[in-house]
Write a protein that binds this ligand. Sequence first.
Ligand code: C5P
Length: 245
Amino acid sequence: MLSFKNPLIIALDVDTIAQAEYYVDILGPYAGGFKVGMQLYNSVGPEAVRRLREKKVPVFVDLKLHDIPNTVAGAARALTRHGANILNVHAAGGAAMMAAAVNASCDEAARAGSKPPLVTAVTVLTSVSQDVFNKEIGITGAIREQVVKWALLAKEAGLDGVVASPLEITPIREACGEEFVIITPGVRPAGTAADDQKRTMTPGEAVSLGATYLVVGRPVTAAPDPLKSLHAILDEINVSPTSDS
Ligand code: C5P
């Protein structure tokens, strides 16, 4: 399996394959990998994943699956066939649903003779504040406590890791150990707009706390010079900005 070159995953929140390929052609030699999320996948379908894999870049397919176990298993199989290197499900779907995703993706990869994707669980979205979490979503207690509970549940269900805010990296590492994958969106270089993200941290802080991968979208893709912004982040997280492709 093509592995991620460094911890920086660029979110391709665009509508067309042409726009996605524009960023991959510019940033591909330096980025750790790319993320295909709901916007691109629902605009152009699995072709987005296949085209990116043809360009030999690792792909995180961020569709946040959440349904009954049998349906999630079917979707995880399909995403494995399309070539996802990482996929994700919602931890709120429960242990049986999470385990179904892992089993299905491992089974499908074994059939194809390929390495299975990393299966990760979304904990609490980085756009959700403590107030919204309690008053609108209706879960009592601190976000941080729920995130750790879900991370442990994901680990027990056989998942490789979680997607969580950088603010929760430390308690997740303590609870789930060094090998557990922690993917953190909500990363904002100092001086850039938070947009709709509420629980953010800088790339340097997130990596030093132990994030495995950082997902960054608009601070790079909406920048006047995306490549310059990407290099600034690589520099901040001490990754040599040399292309190895
Ligand atoms: O543009 P920005 O850097 O805010 O993009 C963050 C990306 O990470 C988006 O594609 C979003 O879907 C994704 N994401 C997130 N919070 C999560 C999981 C994924 O922001 N908990």
